[in-house]
Design a protein around this ligand. Sequence first.
Ligand SMILES: [Zn+2]
Length: 212
Amino acid sequence: MDLALFGIQGSGKGTQGKIIAEKYNLKLFETGAELRKLAKESSPLGLKIKAIINAGYLVPTEVVMEIIENFLQDIPTNERVLFDGIPRSKEQMEHFNNIMSKHGRTFKGVQINITKEEAMDRLLARKICSGCKAVYPAWITEEECKKCGGELTRRADDNEESIRTRLSAYENETLPVIESYKSNDQMIIVDGMGTIEEITALLALELDKIFE
Ligand SMILES: [Zn+2]
């Protein structure tokens, strides 16, 4: 059984993804990381990706799916995969479902659920180090960077307008995917309002049932 992890920006999805991948021995598929890795290769797929990135284009769905196919080729069905942030639209979902069944893989979706307003608050309040550019969550009280001692300030790109655009994209394109899996009884939803440890514990309650 594989997992597809969902969460609006600011939900802590990336952090939890790494924690549960380690805890349950899941192989992590993260599109951005996979793109960067492949772009360094001189395989036909690597060259295609490099050309798209160099031209400044967004990587289209067909290519994202090709990357998933390529990734799954080397993974036996008894090894589990955690897909981080895939599929992100209904269009991707159709392709993703087909690829998974073609490879004989079953999966459940997992959503870390926070409201759009909470996401907005968290992203607006995020802090960044003016020295080493490390990003810190909103709730920390320190005013100095733990890594380099630099001063923590608000992120320059976290203005309300651009955040709203990113959050709306999730709401309009990804929420319908979650609804669809939910109606198939293929979706686990946990509350994302707690601390990192609390959310991990909520996830474990659900995932222990699947994996142990
Ligand atoms: Zn720093």
